[in-house]
Ligand binder design. Structure first.
Ligand code: PMP
Length: 339
């Protein structure tokens, strides 16, 4: 039987969370003199700390219960809170599969947690032999799996096997899942140790709004709510998100268009002489191997076209986001001119 209290840091278990008068009062009131706000203006009130209406809307879209949702100031906040909840600084460890999203490492360092980096195989999959050796270390409390993975673009196989066999918490970062059409959100009820991260920053086109979602069992979302800053989602962002989530049609059309553009770009890029490999992608970006990544990066930058040089992470590789059809065409033209 999975026992969450064995994984949580003892100080977090014992923590008395911050509570405001508005959390405690459940009736309806017309006069609020409890939070030292300025009584004048349109932006003068603190936002709802539990974001009830927005969670209700996300719950409908994702077919989960609102209690299984935590909202962070970007999924970056949820990543940070995972370390704070589950890893005792200087003692516990976390694990991830590299190359992957850089914030797992940065957040680990900020929280004084050692992150074990297990290299993916040459086709960017989990090396299960090495994983089972590493997991003999029971100070590893947290495991980050990014699928589709940034920057490689592929989905990882065997994720559910890992969740079933790992005694700690598995965070599956699905920031790009809208583009792959696969998600573990529907399996949440099977796995009390699973946290699925998604974001409004990619397919929903709301990167400026900074809203990330963690889907998990209620004991886990309760822990997130206990440690989060009380007003972590701004009311302006909240309102913008609610409005955008009302238009699932535009979301669906954009995802379809970006996936089609991705597939077209993969073909077109692979025909360029400088390109030695385009890795298959299920995300809204492509990892592209070229003969000289630094030179290509510099030449594009000189023309005002910024891509991501990942040469130091995967030799001679560039990560290219899928833009509008016009932007993609301009990029292809620019690459054709580069010798
Ligand atoms: N996870 C992955 C894999 C990402 O690539 C990113 C953004 N680049 C994030 C999380 C962070 O997203 P957010 O904007 O929700 O903080």
């Amino acid at each position: 039987m999975f026992d969450i209290t064995k994984i949580v840091r003892p100080n977090i278990l014992a923590l008395q969370p911050y509570s405001s008068a508005r959390d405690e009062f459940t009736g309806s009131a017309g006069i609020f003199l409890d939070a030292n706000e300025n009584p004048f203006g349109a932006l003068n009130r603190y936002p709802d700390p539990l974001q009830k209406e927005l969670k209700q809307r996300i719950a409908e879209i994702k077919s989960v219960s609102p209690e299984n949702i935590f909202l962070g100031n970007g999924s970056d906040e949820a990543i940070d809170l995972c370390y704070r909840i589950f890893c005792e600084p200087g003692i516990d460890k976390a694990l991830t599969f590299t190359p992957t999203y850089g914030m797992y490492q940065v957040s680990a360092a900020i929280n004084n947690v050692t992150l074990v980096n297990l290299p993916l195989t040459c086709d960017f999959q989990v090396d299960f032999n090495r994983l089972s050796k590493v997991l003999e270390d029971d100070t590893v409390k947290l495991l980050f799996i990014c699928s589709p993975n940034n920057p490689t673009g592929n989905t990882l196989k065997g994720v559910e096997t890992i969740i079933k066999n790992f005694k700690g918490i598995v965070v599956v970062d699905e920031a790009y899942a809208d583009f792959s059409g696969t998600s573990l959100v529907a399996t949440l009820h099977n796995y009390p140790n699973l946290i699925v991260l998604q974001t409004l920053s990619k397919a929903w086109g709301l990167a400026t709004v900074r809203i990330g979602m963690a889907f998990a069992s209620t004991p886990i979302t309760a822990l997130f709510n206990k440690v989060k800053p009380p007003y972590n989602i701004s009311m302006l962002n909240y309102t913008a998100a609610l409005k955008a989530l009302g238009n699932t049609e535009q979301y669906g059309q954009q995802v379809k268009l970006l996936v089609a553009e991705r597939n077209k770009m993969a073909g077109a890029l692979s025909r360029l002489p400088m390109v030695t490999k385009v890795y298959p992608s299920k995300a809204n970006f492509l990892l592209v191997e070229v003969t000289n990544a630094d030179a290509v990066y510099q030449k594009l930058a000189a023309q005002g076209i910024i891509i991501r040089n990942r040469n130091k992470v995967v030799a001679n590789c560039l990560r290219i986001s899928i833009g509008t059809p016009d932007e993609n065409r301009i990029l292809l033209n620019a690459l054709q001119q580069i010798t």
